[in-house]
Every structure is written in C-alpha cells, then in structure tokens.
Design a protein around this ligand. Structure first.
Ligand code: ATP
Length: 234
C-alpha cells in the first residue's frame, strides 16, 4: 500500500479547472518528482495534497485514510509538511524563530530538532540569530525546508525549491534530500529543472495542462518522451 496517493483528483479556481483526474502514488521512503511547464498544475497538486485546496474525501489518501476534506493544519499535524513555492519565511523573525514555528501543532516525535536541522544546513546554525531579511535566497530556502522538517513529517512536499537560485546553491540544497530521506521521510519534489528532478527522484511524473502525461523511473524515460509529455507531441 502506498503511503500517500491521489485518486481522480480535480481542482478548480472558480470556473477554471486546474486539475483533471490526477492519480499519483508515493511509497514509504520514496522520492517522486513532479515536472512540467509553467501553469501545468504542479503547485495546485501540492496545495490539494496539503489541504490548502479541499477535495472529495477519497481524492487524497494518506496511510489509507481519506484526507481530501481535512484542513491544512490537521493534515500537517498528521505528518504531511509543505515547503511552499517562494519560501514564505517570516522576514522579521530570526532563523531560529522561523524554525521553531515549524514545531507548532507538532504531534510526531522524530529525528528533526534545531540541532539536527543545523547539522543538515550548518550555515543556519551559524546564522541562527539573523533575521530572515538578512539571509541570501539559498539560506531562506534552507530555513523553509528546515521549518517544514521541524514538524517531523512522514511526507515532505517541496515546491520548486531551486527557483531563482544559483546552480552552486541548488546543489547545496539538493544534497540535503537523500539525508532527509534517510531520516525517514518520503518526498514529493516539484521541479521545473528536469535534470535536477531526474537526479533526485526514484520515479517521475510529468504534468501538462492539469493532467499526468508520463510516469516512470528516470532510467526508463527517454528525452523524447519527456519532451512530448512536457510540451505536447507534434
Ligand atoms: P508554476 O511553475 O508557474 O508554479 P504550476 O505547474 O505550479 O506552475 P499552478 O500554479 O498549479 O501551475 O497553476 C495551474 C493553473 O491554475 C494555471 O493555469 C494557473 O494560471 C491557474 N491558477 C493557479 N492559481 C490560481 C488562482 N489562485 N486563481 C486562478 N487560477 C489559478
């Protein structure tokens, strides 16, 4: 049985339908990547899983339990945490205060504490008293990831964590992913950077116009398949 799945998931913004019957599965200790162009529906899928957008109860199953109508704070306290697109850290709060916000409503004990987050991202330990505004983009992204980890999630949703960052910084951030997995979380990584997604994921889903257009292991997918699934054939 998968740890988390969506079944025939749809999403609307008013009259506009953004997702059309999306089915994905995430296993224990698995990393899946969701790739797709701007507007494909990747963020909408993350927001639907996290309970920011509500669904039919069985459209999202977590540990066998329908959570499609549960509110976001309830879903988070059960172990599904999101690193949102655009980081959304609190600029006037320090690194440490931002991280501690992640413990709010925490019900799950586990690996992640301030100390283990500082081991994962040593620069955050050095800058623990620095306000969010004084951090680089990469450091802000580390805070956003650390804050989500502080809830000790079983599922971590990462929405475009490489966006707007320099390649060397992206490498620093992505090298944390295997350690997060080893510590016991499964991950869903939304990425526009296909190579990055392929490097980190056990399986990849490609989305286009609100639908899954391709699924497979990185090894099994050809460049042409991905191109067609990403941009449409022909
Ligand atoms: P990006 O890489 O740009 O974040 P995405 O794949 O994450 O793209 P979504 O942000 O999920 O795509 O958007 C899917 C579709 O839903 C797009 O057509 C977008 O314009 C639309 N959309 C997203 N948010 C809203 C909103 N709040 N109101 C109306 N339409 C929206």
């Amino acid at each position: 049985m998968s740890l988390l799945s969506t079944q025939n998931l749809t999403a609307h913004y008013g009259d506009f339908q953004a997702l059309f019957g999306v089915d994905i599965e995430l296993g224990e200790a698995e990393t899946i990547a969701i790739i797709g162009a701007n507007g494909a529906g990747k963020t909408t899928l993350m927001r639907s899983i996290a309970g920011v957008l509500r669904n039919e109860p069985k459209a999202v199953l977590y540990d066998g339990i329908p959570i499609g109508t549960q509110p976001a704070d309830e879903i988070m306290s059960q172990g599904v945490a999101m690193v949102p697109e655009g980081r959304k850290i609190f600029p006037s709060l320090s690194v440490e205060e931002n991280l501690l916000i992640g413990t709010y409503g925490r019900k799950i004990k586990g690996h992640w504490t301030l100390d283990t987050v500082y081991e994962l991202f040593p620069i955050l330990g050095e800058r623990r008293n620095t306000p969010g505004t004084a951090l680089s983009g990469g450091q802000q992204q580390m805070v956003a990831i650390g804050r989500a980890l502080m809830s000790n999630p079983r599922v971590l949703l990462c929405d475009e964590i490489s966006l707007g960052l320099a390649p060397v910084v992206i490498k620093d951030i992505y090298q944390a992913i295997p350690q997060i997995k080893t510590a016991g979380a499964s991950l869903i990584v939304v990425e526009q950077d296909i190579a990055q997604a392929m490097a980190v994921a056990d399986r990849v889903y490609c989305m286009m116009e609100g639908r899954i257009t391709l699924t497979g292991t990185p090894d099994s997918l050809s460049r042409d398949d991905i191109h067609d699934a990403y941009f449409g054939a022909g």
